[in-house]
Design a protein around this ligand. Sequence first.
Ligand code: MSP
Length: 708
Amino acid sequence: MKTFYVTTPIYYVNSLPHLGHLYTMIVADAVARRKRQQGIETFFLTGTDEHGIAIERAAERNHRTPKEQADYVVGYYKKMTDAFGLDTAHGGYDIFMRTTAPFHYAGVSEFWRRMAKAKTPKGREALYKGHYEGWFCAACAAYKAEDEYAPPANAGEPPTCLIHETKLDRVSEESYFFRLSDYDEALLGLYESRPDFVQPEARRNEVRSFVRGGLQDLSVSRVNTSVRWGIPVPGDPQHTMYVWFEALTNYITAIGFGNEQQQRAVGFEKFWPALHLVGKDILRFHAVYWPAFLMAAGVEQPRAIVAHGMWVDPDGRKMSKTLGNTIELDLLNKYFSIDAIRYFCLREMVFGQDGRFGYEALIDRANSDLASGLGNLSSRTLTMIQRYCAGRVPSGNISEEARLSAKRAGVDSDAATISSVVEHARDEVIRHFDNFAFSRALEEAWAIVAHVDKMISEAKPWGLAKDESQKQTLGAVLYRAAEALRWLCVLLYPVMPNSTSGIYQQLGLIGDPSRLDPARLKWGELAEGTQIGEVQPLFPRIDKVRTMAQIIGERGGFGVDTTEVDVAPDSGAGSSPTVREGVQQASEDDAVKNESGDGPIDITDFAKVELRVGEVLTAERIPKADKLLLITVDIGEEKPRQILAGIAQYYEPEQLIGRKIVVVANLKPRKLRGYESQGMLLAASVGEEGKPVIATFAEDVPNGARLK
Ligand code: MSP
């Protein structure tokens, strides 16, 4: 049976985790879920790196022992992985590795003993005792070369680490060295023979040029009078192993290298080699030191080392506790759903490059791609099946006799057209996903959403439903939409396990897509007659203004660009005193009222009003506002406008999608029910009750065309 092993770095326990740590776990979790969907037995490791001077110091600061410090932070990690659905109980990691586990001591000691016996490729001893003299950064747990620190401001003070901006320690003591300098050719040979060993390509080049620049031997121990909190060197307990040496080894001790316990529980031969997911900040340790250690110990190399970029702050600095610019997990967890965060992380960061995190960007994506995109597609499809087909998935077939009617309605009677679009997109999603190009993969998946949305808007099922002769056409359109949704659930499950399982169940399907391989999907396998489940919104729209105000109130800081956020206090429900329940018809609004209230106006007065043609892209109801619809309209600008219209009692949201309307484009934005309305649509006001009838065009007009 095929197996797969994926790891995140194991995290330091000197401080609590933040978005950066969560990110690697999310990526690993998505990769593991994709493998499990393929029926591959998968082992997913995450955990904590608990030894070393930085942890000793953090413990001291917190008046704890190092073990208490580790237990405290691990407790938080467990709570966090549970809250974010990343733990074993939620189908996430298989082991939460801790380097304080006794089996790890046993495994690492065996690894050291093997290295102590090893010869380098140039025939010398791999380990030797010497004297180390130099600068050490406790936060990086790394020795620093001259180009890696800033000289002190005042003579006599230590230099500072360029990454953490903290003072370095002077180390001058006896130490074991690993003869890394003898491994340059062997490493370059490895990168050459296995082009995928370090990914992405740019990182591979970086690693190669580092090795080509020449390697220095590496100090791999500290005397235990300077670092006590660690694993003693076998046979020489006055020395403590260098924390990176034993931390890297966790990847093999966790599955049984050098210890019986894990060997029995997991099995080294069964799962090794692993795919290591790491941030680019620790690439050198994984792509240079670790392979050299493995060569020395005679252990097979990892499957690959895949490095992602960093989440950075608005100044481009890596998010880190030491710099105090982190995105807190408690805050994320409080305001956003797990799936929205997972989607955002994978969609927003181009894998391998750095990404800027912003709460507003997260809200925008959640609202546009999830609430208005996938969520809207799912709820309108299911609602129409409920309403027009008595809640059962209709047949997707159009008989010979019904073809002409379908053609008249602009619906392709052959399902092959849509199925080939969806199949192609599926192949692209898989290809990009397997290349770690998650952002591209998700773009491809959303091409399916857009395609199906367009099909619905063009076919107008609400019109077909009124015409008995179009029964088959209506069925085919709704079947295709539902079948595409089923595919999306399977395709997107690794990224959004909760909501895709939710849609899957609403489609009336049993179980969830966790064991379905998207490559095996066949168009048409959604069974006609399937009774759909209760339709529930899965991606609630986030009230941006209110949520941002709350976040700013709690955090007051990072991730929030206050210049872009309007937090005026009129964002609460029912805050629209001047507009009758948001009914924005021409007769109601000040902007189009004749200033004097009577008499003819000048042409220049009329010219002040900018009227433009718009196309409705999305439309949805707003909770607790039975008169308002929230629509997004393309008026030929870079971004669609969001408009609130008081027409919910007269128009179904799905009726509006794809419709050409007239928008007053230069109206001052205003807030209604906490949503910003960036314009107004024109409608005639008919009869005593003022029923709105939306102004539209008999001929085709491009979006953005000006009305004069
Ligand atoms: N303990 C070592 C790793 C040992 S692995 C054998 C360590 N720990 S760490 O707590 O500093 O975590 C580093 C990892 O956390 C990064 O490689 C990355 O996976 C994740 N991230 C931490 N900050 C990050 C960002 N700002 N952005 C993205 N990921 C980041 O290094």
